[in-house]
Design a protein around this ligand. Sequence first.
Ligand SMILES: *Cc1c(COP(=O)(O)O)cnc(C)c1O
Length: 524
Amino acid sequence: MTMNTQGRPTSPAHIDGPDIPQTVSGSKGLLQAEPLIFETERWNATGVDLPEPKGTGHRLGGLGRKQKVGLPGLSEPEAMRHYVRLSQKNYAIDLGLFPLGSCTMKHNPRLNEKIARLAGFADIHPMQPQATVQGALELIDELASWLKTLTGMPAVAMSPKAGAHGELCGMLAIRKALEMRGELSRRTRVLVPASAHGTNPATAAQCGFVVDEIKAGPDGRVNMESLREKLAVTDDVAGIMLTNPNTCGLFERDIREIADLIHEAGGYFYCDGANFNAIVGRVRPGDLGVDAMHINLHKTFSTPHGGGGPGSGPTVLSEALAPYAPVPFVVCDEDGVYQLIEEDRRAAEQTMGRMVAFHGQMGMFVRALTYMLSHGADGLKQVAEDAVLNANYIQARLKSVMSPAFDGYCMHEALFSDAFLDETGVETIDIAKALIDEGYHPMTMYFPLVVHGAMLIEPTETESRAELDRFCDALEAIAKRAAAGDEVLKGAPYLAPMRRLDETRAARKPVLKWTAPEPAMAAE
Ligand SMILES: *Cc1c(COP(=O)(O)O)cnc(C)c1O
């Protein structure tokens, strides 16, 4: 049996024991075992039957391929089965509750998909004359005005293609504003709380700032004393990057004061808006003194995410930063004609240029606006309320068997520490792996870093009470076994296609390309 570096089995799952049959095929139940497509080694087969091309060789200037293409050959049904079998190994929001905290894995309504497939949205091309895509431009403009209204901010850059990309947009706007004030060389420091998502310090560093960590208080929020001290001794602060509600799932109660302190110190307030789902329709970041904030359409506004995208991270900007927004943006003239402004009419030194080749993620814009229109403004408020209610339901159901990281109610996600695992020999990762056996994707683990052995659970508003109970029943049972020091948990997962993979080695030495195994040595 192959083992990972922690000495746990990685080989395909089976449960040892006389009563558990092992299958010849490696398949289990109705789930088919499936090798990598290259491992099928059918190099000579083909799913199509084309005649040899004639007379093309001389047109390639001698650059025709000499080696074999190296693509495995599958018939159409074999190709279909390969991908369907792989898809069955995926966990999906359409399959069950996806408890990943900080990710807002909510149901993607089918209506959004239907509207995004309308030919007028799906079949247009970014190079088309603008007169022929007036409806699409109007949609971008309407989504922009919803985002401005919901956030209480005067401007929005629609083109950033993910949350992290929106952070880059906002921080570049802050950088530009400081440059225009002639203070960029002096203001080098960006304050980032210890609980921040990793993208925050990465963005600040990428924009050339020095990252300065602010400590969290015992209540999981920004420690105001340490913030005040920091601002008292330095005059080189460019701004702060703060998530609200923060990654501990808590509302930063002192946020107005934080904004005032930063502004008095001459800096700007970047708010990481990834957790907007918890407050949409209830709180307007513009009223809190925010200068820039990205919104993850793929979190709050239900556009699909996972597996690398496509995301969309429109970034709202305050009066002070709006002049430095990137191109392109949509404007509407008095005659109701929409125009995508692609060329920057500002002086070269005033602009950050553009962030993407075209206008952003059109398909996500359509889905997000569909979601907004189907909820209406009052419905969006209820989204936030139900998301917070669901997270608190989970916290309340599990708080007697697990250890809530902080006292009191949470916002949209419930955070637990590993205190209840003290002296049991069981760790956070064992709980996460045991959840896989129960049919659930693990929660976010070991994040935020400020909580020991963190387990962060975000159910979102789209789960019913019945599904929340089903999930809590499973996690409660695991937590009880863990508290009793059940060694069996250390070997989980037992029922997944693969056992405990070597995640350390996968991260340190990723194998990103398949290479043919060395041919076996001929027997002597
Ligand atoms: C998701 C998330 C981000 C990054 O968003 P992406 O779209 O994944 O780039 C940033 N900050 C927080 C708090 C997040 O949850």
